[in-house]
Design a protein around this ligand. Structure first.
Ligand SMILES: O=C(O)CCC(=O)C(=O)O
Ligand SMILES: [Fe+2]
Length: 296
């Protein structure tokens, strides 16, 4: 399914066909597994009523805080909202509480839909991999204690499109289980292949893109790849993206799933709670290899 059209030197970009998964297709479970193993990334089409419920791709034209601390050039604005706002003391949540109710409600509704989509994708993975006990992974995002969050990124357009590459969001992996992204039709997102090649992801405002996160890599003992990605901003049009990060409860112990790794000596990762991983992660830089914290 993933076809590298031409070999390119390390660090250069290449064209790759991004796997497209039609959730209504009976073979989609196997396609998802293949994409998670090969790339850690895929595009979802035919997501039924979700598309309409989620509204237009460019509904929210503002952000609340500048990023800029970790590897980007400060041209990104974002809102980060923890689903568990009672557990979060972040300033951004406080700012969010002051935003108009209509916006807040729209985001909350959107997050609910994304929770549904993330659970569905994880259930399909569970079925395809024969994960036991039932809902071992998907339950983590369904429960009310799930530490999921939502971010909007706004990358302002550049007047000079021929200018050299400018990083809007530095390279990183997402730490949670999976992330679901939707954006407007502006390019910029790139994913990194296992050989280090960066691949531009053609934008598609009517589809969703799913990223495997660090936690799912650990739980599958490395079978699924947490995909490194970044955003370049040398575009004529602004880019707006919305991402839902499906995370486990803070107290959840994350380790390889016993059903996937029968022999103890084959475990690549040790156990850490999501909260431990998250707080260690805050001490690292955006692009750092954080999975080392889990490695035995
Ligand atoms: O804006 C994008 O397309 C990706 C942003 C991203 O990777 C993130 O917010 O974690
Ligand atoms: Fe990301």
């Amino acid at each position: 399914m993933v076809v590298v059209l031409q070999p390119v030197p390390k660090g250069k970009t290449s064209s790759v066909l991004i796997p497209v998964v039609d959730l209504a297709d009976p073979t989609s479970k196997t396609q998802i597994v293949k994409a998670c193993e090969e790339l850690g990334f895929f595009k979802v089409v035919n997501h039924g009523s979700l598309k309409d419920k989620a509204g237009p791709a460019d509904p929210f034209g503002y952000g609340s805080k500048r990023i800029g601390l970790q590897g980007d050039v400060g041209c990104v604005e974002y809102i980060l909202l923890n689903a568990n706002s009672h557990l979060s003391s972040t300033k951004t949540t406080a700012v969010f509480r002051k935003t108009p109710a209509i916006f807040r409600e729209a985001v909350e509704e959107y997050m609910e839909e994304m929770k549904g989509m993330s659970s569905k994708v994880l259930e399909m993975v569970e079925e395809a991999l024969g994960i036991e006990p039932k809902e071992k992974v998907s339950r983590l995002v369904k429960v009310k204690e799930s530490d999921s969050c939502f971010r909007m990124n706004y990358y302002k357009e550049k007047e000079e499109t021929q200018a050299k590459e400018e990083i809007g969001f530095g390279e990183h992996t997402d730490p949670q289980l999976i992330s679901v992204l939707r954006s407007n039709d502006t390019e910029g997102l790139q994913i990194c292949l296992k050989d280090g090649t960066w691949v531009p992801v053609p934008p598609d405002h009517s589809s969703f893109f799913v990223f495997v996160g660090d936690t799912l890599q650990v739980m599958t003992n490395g079978r699924f790849k947490s995909v490194k990605h970044r955003v370049l901003t040398n575009t004529k049009r602004s880019r707006l993206s919305m991402i839902y990060f499906a995370g486990p409860p803070l107290t959840e112990k994350i380790a390889p799933l016993a059903c996937l790794v029968p022999k103890q000596e084959d475990y690549l990762y040790k156990e850490l709670t999501w909260s431990q991983y998250k707080s260690s992660g805050y001490k690292t830089k955006l692009g750092d290899y954080r999975l080392g914290l889990f490695e035995k």
